[in-house]
Design a protein around this ligand. Structure first.
Ligand code: NAD
Ligand code: DAU
Length: 346
């Protein structure tokens, strides 16, 4: 019998890319995709999977224990928890929902997973739990965590919670901490898709502060391959950094995007900085290289060009996200077909 995967947040950016990758690369795996469809969840991200029998979508929240229990009743070998509130700026405007989803939701999901005898719990975390770096240095998995935004504080709390279950009860948990992802289907609130779509609409690109903050860009396909490897091969209780080895200042990313789209730099606007803005992130990825043989394969300039091309080809997708029309798709797609809270993955 094939392996049963339970993915949460599989209708978001990284989750939907992961679902597609697993279905493509692991013919023996079938999966449940459990997603609350918040503003960031979009079933259109998985439209190309219509009719795929190995993928079953269930709408529900990881904060809702009864819904999680029901969805897990069919059994599960590996659970991968992507579900989260993921945008730092939103966590500054509305911190409470980050505590609810990222901390309480993760704790609820883990408790349900233990009860359902899930073999392994994979927690998808972030390099932001380590805090901010100066111009030099890198974070290793042993760097003490020192989160600075409500988003990263909530992610750090979730990491500590799941690792405490391993330490105390021997629960098989593993944690991935990746750097900034980019690629297809990223919600146009994050830097790269926001700036590509704004540039295509001749709207200003709001660069926070001096724009000299540094992020380490990782193509989403590389992250998804790393997550799959960690899920299948990592030792219980381990933590892995996953980085793209592509540190760039925001202003340089912005200029590169404008060149790729063929728009002028006069679209750049320096605006008031993000409160508590982390200056720089950089990851030491020697552990995953050494122990699991994973390497980032997508060169940033090539990945960025491919991403620009994707947003050029998929104007309808991001146009519907920006206008809010994508939310109608769920109703249209599932009208009258949702008895029991779930639906076949279409
Ligand atoms: P996203 O915001 O695009 O997607 C989040 C998904 O989770 C959505 O489909 C949403 O509907 C779902 N969700 C939210 N609350 C839920 C709940 N209560 N129950 C069930 N589903 C819920 O996020 P993303 O960028 O794909 O990030 C996925 C994960 O990876 C997050 O845990 C994030 O912290 C982490 N991460 C992201 C990045 C990045 O650069 N995007 C980098 C490192 C780590
Ligand atoms: O490092 C991993 C993290 O990367 C993930 O854990 C988060 O889920 C993900 O959102 C991302 O966080 P960032 O805050 O780094 O990503 P964001 O795209 O929001 O911003 C990237 C950089 O660009 C950051 O320095 C802020 C800046 N920025 C962002 C926006 C949206 C701007 O200058 N202007 C903007 O309008």
């Amino acid at each position: 019998m094939g392996l049963k995967l339970f993915v949460t947040g599989g209708c978001g950016f990284i989750g939907s890319n992961f679902v597609r990758l697993v279905l493509r690369e692991r013919p023996d795996i079938e999966m449940v995709n459990f997603d609350a469809l918040t503003y960031a969840g979009n079933l259109e991200n998985l439209r190309d999977l219509e009719g795929e029998k190995r993928h079953r979508f269930v709408r529900g929240s990881i904060c809702d224990r009864a819904a999680v229990d029901a969805a897990l009743a069919g059994g599960c070998d590996i659970l991968v928890n992507f579900a989260a509130e993921s945008h730092v700026d939103r966590s500054i405007h509305e911190p409470q929902v980050f505590l609810e989803t990222n901390v309480r939701g993760t704790a609820t999901l883990l408790e349900a997973a233990v009860k359902a005898k899930v073999r392994r719990f994979v927690q998808i975390s972030t390099d932001e739990v380590y805090g901010s770096l100066g111009p030099t240095g890198v974070f290793t998995e042993a760097t003490p965590i020192q989160p600075s935004s409500p988003y990263s504080a909530a992610k750090a709390a979730a990491d500590q919670w799941v690792l405490a279950y391993h330490h105390t009860f021997g629960t098989d948990v593993v944690v991935t901490r990746s750097s900034n992802n980019y690629g297809p289907y990223q919600f146009p609130e994050k830097l790269i898709p926001l700036f590509i779509s704004n540039a295509l609409e001749d709207k200003p690109l709001p660069v926070y502060g001096d724009g000299r903050q540094v992020r380490d860009w990782l193509h989403v396909d590389d992250n998804c391959r790393a997550i799959l490897r960690v899920a299948e091969k990592a030792a219980p209780g381990s933590v892995y950094n996953i980085g793209g080895q592509s540190e760039r200042e925001n202003i340089d990313v912005t200029r590169a995007l404008l060149r790729a789209v063929g728009k002028p730099e006069t679209l750049i606007r320096h605006v008031q900085d993000r409160p508590g803005h982390d200056r720089r992130y950089a990851l030491d990825i020697s552990k995953i290289r050494r122990e699991l043989g994973w390497e980032p394969t997508v060169k940033f300039e090539e990945g960025l060009q491919a991403t620009v091309d994707w947003y050029l080809k998929n104007r309808e997708w991001w146009g519907r996200v920006k206008s809010g029309a994508y939310r109608e798709y769920y109703e249209k797609q599932y009208a009258g077909r949702l008895e029991g809270g779930g639906a076949r993955g279409r």
